[in-house]
Design a protein around this ligand. Structure first.
Ligand SMILES: [Zn+2]
Length: 432
């Protein structure tokens, strides 16, 4: 199975998706090294508010790192100390004021071809649960009330999000088992289309959800699991909003109007959120943030095409594009750019529909926007929102209250549906 980074790097050479190659960051200090012009008083105020909020981040890929680096052997990591090779650890989560974390259950979508997706998903759940139960600072949460109780007890609430509908292998039984294991959202697709839904970064095939896809969303409503429409095509977003009886989630997505990347959310979809109650959790990955990304990407693709025309080996092309990147530095984006996405979503959907889902997934220095490089940095973003005139209440909502409201609404819908609807037992058809 391709590791996530390898997967992204391969996409870099083939499709021109921008992943800046770089050596792993070593020995970064706990507070981060990047000089950011932040008013210390606003930063202190942001930290006070985040301690109260709680701050709920809906996407972090730590479980995959455990599997990729040490095949899931947790004894290799002392998580009570800073782990520079990992994208999270207890001291840095504390420093970042994280109150609740959804740990991502991520399996490469190519596994749908080999029918190993469910097997790999179980390995992810296993390592994520072993991690949570190995630390006294963590506790698994299954409800919105759990998140608040655990936060008030001074621990970090942990939940799971399944990043890709391919992992249920067209089986509602597997979906329900994911729920039992603690998954509270499933992203309908990852990078590729699946048998019943189109992804944002693949060719249109079903033009949204198939009929079975609609049934999966309705079963998620009945179970009390968010239908997460990050990564899906705009048609799949619209179809999901049309059939869902509960608030939807974007676990890690930004505004298309600011950065026209297919992974981002178009305005017509944002406008559907007030009626639905759903929340867009913004991520910090620079490609999905920087308004200059599409223009830079176009130039990079032209450079790649030129390299392909005259060089035969992958190695030679990789070397050539690395040279090109040296003189054409990627426009990485800043804290201010992330705040611009939040401003825009606020303008179109309203302040009740914004959350945070940073998507920390590695420790390469170029993955995130400047100033939000690691899990210690959340308060800097909220200090910027305070500087822009966001109220204390706005900060509490974006940090976690919006998510808790949507989750309670989803839980109520599920309780009602469980009285009137039978579980879905029909298995979906597999393409092959
Ligand atoms: Zn993702």
């Amino acid at each position: 199975m391709l590791s996530r980074r390898r997967f992204l790097e391969q996409a870099t050479l083939l499709a021109g998706s921008a992943v800046v190659t770089g050596s792993a960051l070593a020995g970064e200090s706990i507070a981060g090294e990047v000089p950011v012009d932040t008013d210390p008083e606003l930063l202190a105020k942001a930290k006070r508010l985040l301690q109260k909020a709680p701050l709920i981040d809906t996407h972090n890929d730590l479980p995959s790192m455990f599997l990729e680096m040490k095949a899931g052997d947790l004894s290799s990591f002392d998580m009570s100390t800073v782990q520079p090779a990992l994208c999270a650890d207890i001291p840095r989560l504390r420093e970042g004021c994280v109150g609740a974390q959804y740990w991502s259950i991520w399996v490469d979508s190519a596994t749908q071809k080999t029918h190993t997706a469910l097997h790999e998903a179980l390995r992810e759940f296993d390592v994520a649960q072993r991690f949570v139960s190995s630390r006294p600072e963590l506790e698994q949460a299954r409800t919105a009330d759990d998140i608040q109780r655990i936060h008030q007890s001074g621990r970090i609430a942990c939940l799971f999000g399944v990043e890709g509908g391919h992992m249920m292998e067209n089986s509602p039984a597997a979906l329900r088992t994911f729920y039992q294991l603690g998954a509270r959202y499933m992203t309908l697709t990852h990078w590729d289309n699946i048998d019943w839904a189109d992804a944002a970064t693949d060719r249109p095939e079903h033009y949204g959800l198939t009929e079975f896809g609609e049934r999966v969303v309705r079963e998620m409503n009945r179970l009390g699991m968010f239908a997460d429409i990050s990564h899906v095509s705009a048609d799949t977003m619209r179809d999901t909003l049309h059939v869902s009886r509960a608030p939807v989630l974007f676990s890690h997505s930004n505004a298309f109007a600011i950065d026209p990347h297919p992974r981002c959310v178009p305005d017509d979809v944002l406008r559907l959120l007030p009626a639905n109650g759903g929340v867009v959790h913004v991520n910090f990955i620079w490609e999905f943030i920087s308004p200059k990304y599409p223009e830079w990407q176009e130039k990079r693709t032209a450079a790649l095409q030129e390299l392909h025309a005259r060089i035969d080996t992958d190695q030679g092309i990789a070397k050539g594009i690395a040279e090109w990147e040296k003189t054409n530095a990627p426009p990485r984006g800043t804290i201010s750019d992330v705040a611009d996405h939040i401003d825009h979503i606020r303008k179109v959907a309203g302040v009740d529909h914004i959350g945070i889902g940073a998507d920390f997934y590695d420790v390469a220095p170029g993955s995130m926007v400047v100033g939000l490089e690691n899990v210690t940095r959340y308060p800097y973003l909220f200090a910027e929102l305070l500087r822009r005139g966001y109220s204390d209440d706005d900060v509490l909502k974006i940090a976690g209250q919006n998510h808790l409201r949507a989750m309670r609404q989803m839980e109520n819908v599920a309780a009602d549906l469980q009285r009137t609807e039978a579980p879905l037992i029909t298995e979906g058809l597999k393409a092959k």
